[in-house]
Design a protein. Structure first.
Length: 472
């Protein structure tokens, strides 16, 4: 298994480096070469120093970290494993609202957190990150890139990215900010509940639980759970989130080095049984991938969208010595049916790639999607009265209040008039297309084909269900 190779290599690398230095010294004095891996490293070091004299000025620690990180790039393609100096540890300062990982060794934007400055600055999952503050980051570790992105909240950093799908380079200035967990809920179409959360950490799960409870009061015909660009969270958070829709069934298998897999199950409860569609994309990572795979394996939900990134793993800090640490992947997560998630991702039941509009339209689309999540009218900023929460509840007058989890927004029933006939002349169900939904959000309806498809799946399923009930 790849995970076992990763752990073994990480343990052996320090000894390999030490023996490499010894062989290098022997080679420099004319001693006979030793036929081993350490001799190969020694020969490489000697050749490098001969061609690049400045290499001899590198400190032993820098050489060691470079060697370790080179190995870890081969065995952990996401870049989640790396070594670093203790004095240069992860400080947790504000960064722009996106997640970076390595894809084939190249720094890549994985998740762009909705409703952040980065979200409104054209960045998209899959963009290749070339420069941060005019410094080239290709070849750097995820940790080193994070250091360049860190700074005081409200300050900006210049980014250069390459969008392969559009064959163009982009330069954007993005504000650093602390991204708080946020969940949103609203009703759309013919009483379909829409739920989304930007992070599935413990706070995000609790916010999602509250939004779900409020949405269920309206007795929706179905639920769209939007996990696009949802990141973060632990395996405990994933089990708790899955438990909102599953009861007493396996959620994930945990594969740790040297131990048999352990199974984690959703607690016995009375979860929602409302029909469910989950939307995933390249930015769906971590706990969200575990949730999506568990719901898919249990046939509890239809998963649509794009294959997720494949970042469902746990990292631990290992002290190499008082001055140096190793961030190492120590556990991998597998779906209940045995599908690997790490590096493989969750494959949707219905694959739908979302085509990004032109840059100017993309920013307008995202601003409109924010208003959609908040329950604000697309053409203005006045929130609507909602019915997703308690009777008579209204949305907050500010986006910031909603973003911190203080409000729940929902759309009134004007999208689906009560007098529409659900059956054709022959009495058979008349499938309603997207004509009656998202009318106030023209750009969302035009470009977010994944959301439109998810809503239509639930509306169509409900029409057939009601038709079947009438025939009994």
């Amino acid at each position: 298994m790849r995970f076992q190779s990763a752990a073994t290599a990480a343990v052996l690398v320090a000894a390999l480096l030490a023996s490499g230095r010894t062989a290098h010294a022997a080679s420099a004095t004319g001693a006979a070469p030793v036929s081993s891996s350490s001799a190969l490293i020694a020969a490489a070091l000697k050749s490098i120093e001969a061609q690049f004299p400045q290499a001899s000025r590198l400190s032993p620690d820098k050489v060691a970290h470079a060697a370790i990180n080179g190995i870890l790039k081969e065995i952990d393609p996401s870049g989640s494993s790396f070594s670093y100096a203790a004095a240069d540890g992860q400080k947790g300062k504000p960064t722009p609202g996106f997640l970076v990982r390595l894809v084939d060794g190249v720094p890549t934007v994985v998740s762009v957190f909705a409703h952040t400055d980065a979200y409104y600055k054209e960045l998209a999952p899959g963009d290749i990150l070339l420069k941060v503050a005019d410094l080239t980051v290709v070849g750097k570790t995820v940790h080193d890139i994070a250091k360049l992105l860190e700074g005081e909240a409200g300050t900006s950093v210049k980014l250069t990215v390459y969008r392969k799908s559009a064959l163009k380079f982009l330069e954007v200035s993005v504000k650093r900010e602390t991204v708080a967990s946020a969940a949103y809920a609203r009703s759309v179409g013919r009483n379909v509940a829409f739920l989304t959360v930007n992070a599935l950490d413990s706070k995000g799960v609790e916010l999602l639980r509250g939004r779900l409870d409020e949405a269920l009061k309206d007795k929706p015909i179905g639920i769209v759970l939007d996990l696009r660009s949802t990141a973060g969270g632990t395996v405990e958070d994933a089990v708790a989130a899955a438990g909102l829709f599953l009861s007493d069934v396996p959620v994930v298998k945990v594969q740790s080095q040297g131990s048999p897999p352990t199974e984690r199950s959703a607690p016995k409860s009375a979860p929602s049984t409302v029909p469910l569609v989950v939307i995933c994309d390249f930015g769906t990572t971590g706990a969200a991938e575990i949730v999506a795979s568990a719901l898919q394996d249990d046939k509890r939900a239809v998963v649509i969208g794009e294959k997720s990134f494949g970042l469902a793993s746990a990292q631990s800090a290992v002290n190499l010595d008082p001055q140096n640490l190793l961030q190492l992947t120590t556990a991998l997560y597998v779906s209940p049916s045995g599908r690997e998630i790490w590096a493989e991702g969750v494959k949707p039941d219905i694959v739908m790639k979302l085509e990004l509009p032109a840059a100017d339209q993309l920013v307008k689309l995202r601003k409109e999607f924010t208003r959609f999540c908040l329950g604000e009218k697309a053409a203005g900023k006045t929130p609507e009265t909602t019915s997703a929460g308690a009777a008579g509840a209204t949305t907050s007058t500010t986006a910031s209040a909603a973003a911190t989890g203080e409000t729940t927004a929902s759309e009134p029933d004007e999208d689906h008039p009560e007098d529409e006939d659900e059956a054709g002349p022959d009495g058979k169900p008349k499938i309603k297309t997207s004509d009656g939904i998202l009318e106030e959000y023209k750009l969302v309806k035009q470009f977010d084909t994944q959301l439109v498809r998810a809503i239509n799946i639930l509306i169509s399923a409900n029409i057939f269900y009601e038709y079947g009930q009438r025939q009994r």
